[in-house]
Design a protein around this ligand. Structure first.
Ligand SMILES: Nc1ncnc2c1ncn2[C@@H]1O[C@H](COP(=O)(O)OP(=O)(O)OP(=O)(O)O)[C@@H](O)[C@H]1O
Ligand SMILES: [Mg+2]
Length: 291
């Protein structure tokens, strides 16, 4: 499957709830914003920086929103380093019976698509050039039977190249959440991603400081392993809220490794979901005021 091309994006969806959203046809351009179809809000989760917990932050938010009764899907846009199947304990292949791709479904009822489902095992890489990757992302958005969703969360790959550009320019994003870790280097690189999103008119919903602290096993005091936080400074600079400060938690690492990230809950995750929902509501209010 690695050498084969992903299929072209499907035709626009009609209004029925079971139809996938399709691309809006605009002559002369592949990169065009697609219709949202039956998806209410589309939110990217990214960083620019690798290994900071983007995928974990995506899956934790999806699982928490799902626990609250919302319909949430996850689009794993990290084609070369897909993580969502592992986190949710899912495997492929994806099935298309001629009516669009059926996503895999987690135990908690989160539909997930990922390039991981297109290869035979966890070790097989997807080796595609940029244009094919672009088509795959468009297909994952527009050609999947997502069904009615309150939120589609897009787990972004690291970097600010092909895939982020495709997502920013083609997918009708309602906003983006930025994940970083305490070291200054991570704060520096998240600014690149935030600048890119801002330049491309994607609303900045907030920042997640991951691995912000660790709880002392004896007295539960919060220890900031990497020193003082840069979250407040970044938040102030971009006028966005800090929507989460997630601790380093061995229980989370274990749940992720064992494919049961949905079973992980904590006060920090609950506050993360609260702040995320508040931020997106505020964003919508601002948009309505502007209209
Ligand atoms: N707060 C945390 N506590 C413990 N482990 C964590 C935490 N956040 C992430 N991890 C673990 O750290 C590893 C890296 O996280 P993750 O894959 O989410 O990062 P990423 O930013 O998506 O990486 P990539 O750039 O490769 O996509 C994973 O094994 C994940 O389970
Ligand atoms: Mg990732």
């Amino acid at each position: 499957m690695t050498a084969s091309e992903p299929p072209a994006p499907t035709a626009p969806a009609s209004s029925g709830p079971s139809q996938p959203p399709g691309p809006r046809r605009v002559a002369g351009s592949v990169l065009q914003r697609m219709d949202k179809g039956t998806i209410r809000r589309v939110v990217a989760v990214g960083s620019g920086k690798g290994g900071v917990g983007k995928s974990a932050a995506t899956a934790l938010l999806a699982a928490e929103l799902r626990r609250r009764g919302l319909a949430v899907g996850v689009l794993d846009a990290d084609v070369t380093g897909p993580s969502q199947p592992k986190l949710f304990g899912l495997s492929g292949p994806l099935v298309d019976r001629g009516e669009g791709i059926e996503p895999a479904r987690s135990a908690g009822g989160v539909p997930v698509v990922s390039s991981q489902f297109l290869v035979e095992d966890e070790q097989t890489p997807v080796i595609w050039r940029g244009p094919l990757v672009t088509r795959l992302i468009l297909q994952f958005f527009g050609g999947v039977n997502w069904g009615p969703l309150d939120y589609l969360l897009i787990d972004m790959p690291p970097g600010t190249s092909d895939v982020p550009l495709t997502v920013f320019q083609s997918v009708p994003l309602d906003g983006m959440v930025f994940v970083f870790t305490p070291p200054e280097l991570s704060a520096m690189i998240v600014r690149k991603a935030m600048n890119m999103a801002r330049d491309l008119h994607v609303p900045l919903l907030g920042i997640v400081e991951n691995m912000a602290w660790v709880a002392c096993p004896h007295c539960a005091t919060q220890i900031r392993l990497f020193g003082e936080t840069h979250a407040t400074a970044v938040a102030r600079e971009y006028d966005v809220p800090v929507i989460a400060e997630l601790p380093v938690d061995p229980a989370l690492a274990r749940a992720a490794d064992e494919g049961r990230i949905e079973s992980y809950t904590s006060d920090a995750v609950a506050r993360y979901a609260d702040a995320f929902l508040a931020s997106i509501e505020a964003q919508e209010q601002r948009r309505l005021t502007v209209l």
